[in-house]
Design a protein around this ligand. Structure first.
Ligand SMILES: NC(=O)c1ccc[n+]([C@@H]2O[C@H](COP(=O)([O-])OP(=O)(O)OC[C@H]3O[C@@H](n4cnc5c(N)ncnc54)[C@H](O)[C@@H]3O)[C@@H](O)[C@H]2O)c1
Length: 246
């Protein structure tokens, strides 16, 4: 028997079509969880449908806040329940603060913070009757350290951490746990555009001497989703090769 038992658990993952989300999706799939995921890239969604026919998908843009209640209902209906929610989808729109447009600020806050809150809100409502649930929100190292050009992104990611603690306090009595993972620099499309010289310097500052992989984050998500972490809530696990130690 697996130490981590997620067989038939109903899992909703946002942005499970690429990068870290895809690694999370594959790890949960291997453990026979039942999965519903959303994304905005049509081609990526089609690939998921052909590679994992059992996985349910929907093309949904998290900027569409008014439809998030319906989205969570759809997740619950398609899965036949809702045990685990992973708020993974996120974007960057980097710029120095004095040049940052309202559009760059609002888009990042809308997708990376407000949509995460709304998915949590409606998922908690869906989980309350069953007195169980695990929500995992993907924050970022820069939500703790700040970063050049990322006033919008770091604010959203810091907001996720504080919001998760508040939700953890509010719904602990209902046995709904809310935790965060704060990845360091992970090798995905989001970090592909970092220039090589900067990447070299970055790696010199990572004690474990390399960028992380999607699997490094997925392994942590498996733990936080499972009963192995049943006494952990309101916590943030840093997965960054030692780059930042809280
Ligand atoms: N890559 C890193 O180094 C790193 C570091 C720290 C935190 N993170 C966080 O991890 C998460 C995943 O990052 P990634 O590197 O895998 O990104 P990625 O760009 O490779 O994938 C992002 C996923 O989110 C989905 N998505 C984006 N905008 C969306 C929207 N408006 N509506 C619905 N879905 C949307 C995409 O379809 C895709 O599936 C993000 O929240 C990101 O902020 C990444």
């Amino acid at each position: 028997m697996n130490l981590i038992n997620l067989k038939n658990k109903k899992v909703f993952i946002t942005g499970g079509t690429a990068g870290i989300g895809l690694s999370i999706l594959e790890s949960f799939y291997k453990l026979e969880a039942e999965i519903f995921t959303i994304g905005t890239n049509h081609e990526n969604l089609k690939t998921i449908q052909s590679n994992f026919p059992k996985i349910k998908t929907s093309n949904f843009n998290l900027e569409n806040h008014q439809k998030i209640e319906e989205l969570v209902k759809e997740a619950k209906e398609k899965l036949g329940g809702l045990d685990i929610v992973i708020n993974n989808a996120g974007i960057t729109k980097d710029n120095l603060a004095i040049r940052m447009s309202d559009e760059e600020w609002n888009k990042v806050i809308n997708i990376n913070l407000t949509a995460v809150f709304l998915v949590c809100k409606y998922s908690i409502k869906a989980m309350m009757k069953q007195d169980a649930g695990s929500i995992i929100n993907i924050s970022s190292i820069v939500g703790h350290t700040g970063n050049f050009g990322q006033a919008n992104y770091s604010s959203a990611k810091a907001g996720i951490v504080a919001m998760s603690k508040s939700l953890a306090k509010e719904y602990a009595k209902k046995n709904i746990r809310v935790n965060c993972i704060s990845p360091g620099f992970i090798d995905t499309k989001m970090t592909k555009n970092i220039n090589e010289e900067f990447k070299k310097k970055l790696i010199e500052n990572i004690p474990l001497g390399k960028l992380g992989t999607g699997n490094d984050i997925a392994n942590c998500a498996l733990f936080l989703a499972s009963e192995l972490s049943s006494y952990i809530t309101g916590e943030t696990i840093h997965v960054n090769g030692g780059m930042y130690m809280a």
